[in-house]
Write a protein that binds this ligand. Structure first.
Ligand code: F6R
Length: 588
């Protein structure tokens, strides 16, 4: 949800900022901009559209200091004027987050004579910085953040000042250390190959960054700035991970990495299994929360805990959970599931549960996320960097992690079945052909994904994936619910995809298949049920290997991920950067 990058040092800041923005683009890509300082020269460039729109304008820039921003619009449409940096007087600022009291601040500033150019909440930060600037940019930042409510990661530069000043609260920001140069960015991958050592800024931190030095302060509880030490840590992001390899898109590469994400997650779990068992022992109640795909993984996790450990589990989307005044006490364990560990709703849900005494288990694919910092224990999803906005290998990693958690909670281990399932995933990755079905979906008026029990959870995920990157409308339903309303939507221009991997429920889902065919709807079936009898008229059957029913979601979802990918490509949509979306949803 917006990515920001800053550079100060001996290289050309235009190149460093541009490269950083390209790596941050998954966080938002509706507009981009940068500001550069070189002595007394301040250059500001901002454009609607993807980061590459900046390139022709950057070619002539030579500067030692730069800040950049790639935007996912919250306040104000994507446009040149709403793009960051925002500039007032000699100061330019980039912002990630939401300033909740911006309307009030704006009204006050306008009454004092400030003229606003954009519709963004962020522009108030530029006006405040300008108002408080008296030759000391750090002081101006301290005064500015003292007025802000909400979430922010800010970086500012000022003509004539040989520094970048940064601040953050509830939005991520890291500082990357170099030799005679330093960086600041929203996340580690932006600095892959640039800095081996980073510092993660904490809520309320301010930083003054020059080419030679970094000073971090915290002013949350003190009116005066207090110098603080933040431990340097290694940058774990690797630049090779940031390429698409021999694939045309990140999404395809990441689907192909599903088997490895399953295996790596198993390996990572063995390192924390005992700690996990201790942390959750005595739990009487389990709640699982997350958003989007992570929520869908939670639906599967619920089933694992209930089946393997006979403990009831409630699942709620994080955005709902946090506003429901949930009943929580010391016996509650909250599983907060999030690829990024930065999703605002999930982070706040965890904070709320923690404040009421719950133990927090973070299931994340990010080593240093906000969620990890709140959690009592982190269960790693070792999927590796996921750049495509649509989650793929992180979902299968989450399912693996939850499977292992549930077994551990029940005092069991997986007996090698995860390795076996990873091998089957490899078969599906290699041998699946969804071309015919993708053509059907691309031409359809609506798509319905259906299944029962775990297959229903996978159907929800398949539907989300297809909508998200191909924009073909549709929904996921429990197969049994079809006749209670959805059947009215079925006609020959619709495609219904049934996931059938549970032998015992196969016949029941077969009835729903029959009902769709009888109304003229096109049907495809993804199955691993041997000898499954299907009615005449099914257009496409995609077979996956037989597998334990609890692990079948790992296989069936690969088919649905491929389907979404192929459909998007057929429709000439960019699967990696779907419209209106961003990877890391750090705002409400
Ligand atoms: C869908 C997708 C989103 C995310 C959701 C939560 O493909 O990627 O639905 O799953 O925004 O993100 P995380 O897992 O980072 O909390």
């Amino acid at each position: 949800m917006c990515g920001i990058i800053g550079y100060i040092g001996g290289r050309n800041a235009a190149v460093e900022v541009y490269e950083g923005l390209k790596r941050l683009e998954y966080r938002g890509y509706d507009s981009a901009g940068a500001a550069f300082c070189d002595g007394d020269k301040l250059t500001l460039i901002k454009k609607r559209g993807k980061v590459e729109k900046l390139l022709p304008h950057l070619k002539s820039v030579r500067a030692t200091i730069g800040i950049g921003h790639t935007r996912w619009a919250t306040h104000g449409v994507p446009s040149d004027v709403n793009a960051h940096p925002h500039s007032v007087g000699n100061i330019c600022v980039v912002h990630n987050g939401i300033i909740e009291n911006y309307a009030e601040l704006k009204a006050g500033l306008e009454a004092e004579g400030s003229v606003f150019l954009s519709r963004t909440d962020s522009e108030v930060a530029a006006h405040l910085l300008n108002k408080y600037y008296d030759g000391d940019l750090l002081y101006a930042m301290k005064m500015t953040v003292g007025k802000l409510r909400g979430s922010y990661a800010l970086m500012a530069v000022c003509k004539g000042e040989n520094k970048i000043v940064a601040a953050c609260n509830k939005s991520p920001l890291i500082i990357g250390y170099g030799f005679g140069e330093n960086y600041c960015a929203s996340d580690e991958p932006a600095l892959a190959g640039k800095c081996e050592t980073i510092v993660v800024m904490e809520d309320g931190d301010l930083a003054e960054i020059t080419a030679e030095s970094v000073a971090v302060y915290n002013a949350v509880y003190n009116c005066e700035l207090q110098s603080v030490i933040r431990e340097p840590e290694p940058n774990l992001a690797v630049s090779a991970d940031m390429s698409t390899g021999d694939c045309p898109h990140y999404m395809l590469k990441e689907i192909r990495e599903v088997p490895e994400s399953v295996l790596s997650t198993k390996r990572a779990f063995s390192g924390i299994a005992d700690k996990f068992k201790t942390a959750v022992s005595g739990a009487k109640r389990i709640i699982m929360t997350g958003c989007g795909t992570a929520y869908h993984a939670a639906l599967i996790g619920k089933r694992y805990f209930e089946s393997f450990a006979s403990i009831p589990v409630e699942v709620e989307t994080a955005g709902e959970f946090r506003y429901k005044d949930p009943l929580i006490n010391e016996d509650t364990v909250l599983f907060a599931i999030s690829q990024s560990g930065e999703t605002a709703d999930t982070v706040e849900a965890a904070r709320l549960a923690r404040s009421r005494g719950a133990k927090i288990v973070a299931v994340t694919n990010s080593h240093r996320s906000q969620l990890n910092r709140i959690a009592d224990i982190v269960v790693p999803v070792a999927a590796g960097p996921e750049i495509c906005v649509a989650a793929t290998k992180s979902y299968t990693g989450q399912i693996t992690a939850l499977y292992l958690c549930a077994l551990a909670f029940a005092g069991k281990d997986d007996g090698g079945i995860i390795e076996y399932a990873a091998g089957l995933c490899r078969d599906v990755v290699k041998n699946t052909n969804v071309d015919k079905l993708a053509h059907m979906c691309a031409r359809s008026r609506g798509t319905y994904f259906m299944g029962r029990d775990l297959d229903y959870a996978v159907a929800l995920e398949g539907s989300l994936k297809l909508k998200e990157i191909s924009y073909v409308p549709g929904d996921g339903y429990p197969a049994g619910e079809l006749k209670h309303g959805t059947l009215a939507l079925i006609d020959r221009r619709t495609v219904s995809v049934f996931v059938i991997t549970d032998k015992e429920l196969a016949g029941k889902s077969g009835n729903a298949v029959e009902q769709v065919i009888s109304r003229g709807g096109k049907v495809a079936v993804v199955t691993n049920v041997k000898g499954l009898e299907l009615p005449q008229g099914v257009s496409e059957v995609i077979t996956i290997p037989e597998c334990d029913k609890f692990l079948s979601p790992l296989l069936s979802v690969i088919v649905l991920q491929y389907l979404a990918y192929r459909t998007a490509v057929l429709l000439k949509k960019d699967p990696d950067k779907p419209r209106n979306l961003a990877k890391s949803v750090t705002v409400e």
